[in-house]
Design a protein around this ligand. Structure first.
Ligand SMILES: [Zn+2]
Length: 284
C-alpha cells in the first residue's frame, strides 16, 4: 500500500451503512455498527464518511437512526436518505425533504433489492438537486432509461453495477459509465481490480468514487485498491474525495471535515483543496 503521505486532499468514503436493521436474515438487515467502522476509517486516514441505513422494513425510522448518528459526529458523517421506491410511494418527497432540511442529509439511497427506482424518486432527486446512490444489483440496462430521462440527476451506481461480482453486468456497466455524463460508480466491494482500472481509463477518474460499503467491508482494504490504481495525484484525489465533493456541490452543500490526527497525515493537500472550495467548512 502506498503511504498516505502521497495522497493530497481529504479521503472521503461515499458508501457506508449505519444503524440497526429489523430483519435478521444477514448482517445487511441486522446491524451496521458504525462506531467500530469509524475507528477503522480514522486509522487509515478517512476523514469523512457518507452513511445510510441498513435494509429495513421502515426507512423513516431507519433514517432517523442515521440522523442521530450524524448529529453526534457532523464533522465526520453525512447522511443519505434511504427510500423504498414501492413501499414509500407517494411520500418520497416529504420524507426526503424532512431529512435534507432538518438533518442536512445530502443524497438519496435506493436498492434494487427493495424495488426498482421509480420516476417519483428521480423527480425528487431532480427537484432537490440530490445525487442518488442506486444499487442496481446487476440489472444495468435500466441505467440507460433513468440516466437519459433525468440528465440533471447524478446517479452513483456502486460496485461497478454488481456487488455479487457479476462480470457480465460489470463489463456492460462500463459502457453506461463512459457514455452518460451523469452516471458515476464507486469502488466498494469490487474484486476484479482490472475492471476498476478499465473504469478510470475509459470513463475517466472523474467518474469513480472511493467507497467502502462498510461496516461489513474493511475501509483500509477497500482504500488499498484505490491507492493501487496507477493514477496521477490529481486523479487519485478526485477518486478519494474530490468527485463526491463536486456532486454534493450541485446543491451548494457543505460538509464539515474534521481536523484530527488522521486528517493531519495529509493536511497540506487538504488545506489547498479546502481553501479553493469555499463551500467546504473545516471544523475542530
Ligand atoms: Zn452498500
Amino acid at each position: 500500500m502506498r503511504p498516505l503521505t502521497e495522497v493530497s486532499g481529504p479521503i472521503i468514503d461515499c458508501h457506508c451503512h449505519a444503524g440497526t436493521g429489523d430483519g435478521l436474515t444477514g448482517p445487511w438487515d441486522t446491524t451496521a455498527p458504525i462506531v467500530e467502522h469509524q475507528a477503522r476509517a480514522k486509522a487509515c486516514g478517512i476523514v469523512h464518511t457518507v452513511i445510510f441505513a441498513a435494509f429495513n422494513s421502515d426507512y423513516a425510522a431507519a433514517n432517523a437512526q442515521v440522523a442521530d448518528l450524524v448529529r453526534q459526529a457532523p464533522d465526520r458523517l453525512t447522511g443519505f436518505v434511504f427510500v423504498h421506491p414501492a413501499r414509500d410511494r407517494g411520500r418520497v418527497l416529504p420524507m426526503v425533504r424532512h431529512f435534507v432540511e432538518r438533518e442536512r442529509f445530502r443524497g438519496i439511497k435506493v436498492h434494487r433489492h427493495d424495488a426498482p427506482i421509480t420516476r417519483e424518486v428521480c423527480d425528487v432527486a431532480r427537484e432537490l438537486r440530490l445525487p442518488v446512490l442506486y444499487d442496481v444489483t446487476g440489472e444495468v440496462a435500466q441505467i440507460e432509461l433513468f440516466a437519459t430521462e433525468y440528465p440533471t440527476v447524478n446517479f452513483i451506481i456502486p460496485h461497478l453495477g454488481s456487488f455479487a461480482d457479476d462480470w457480465r453486468a460489470q463489463v456492460a456497466f462500463l459502457g453506461f459509465l463512459s457514455r452518460h455524463t451523469n452516471v458515476y460508480t464507486d469502488t466498494s466491494g469490487v474484486r476484479r481490480f482490472d475492471l476498476l482500472l478499465q473504469a478510470v481509463r475509459e470513463a475517466g477518474a472523474h467518474k469513480v468514487l472511493f467507497g467502502s460499503d462498510g461496516p461489513w467491508l474493511h475501509p483500509a482494504v477497500e482504500l488499498a485498491k484505490v491507492l493501487a490504481l496507477p493514477l496521477s495525484p490529481q486523479d487519485k484525489q478526485l477518486v478519494l474525495g474530490g468527485n463526491l465533493l463536486r456532486l454534493l456541490r450541485a446543491r451548494r452543500q457543505t460538509i464539515a471535515i474534521g481536523h484530527d490526527s488522521a486528517a493531519r497525515t495529509h493536511a497540506r493537500g487538504s488545506t489547498r483543496l479546502l481553501t479553493r472550495a469555499p463551500e467546504l467548512k473545516r471544523t475542530r
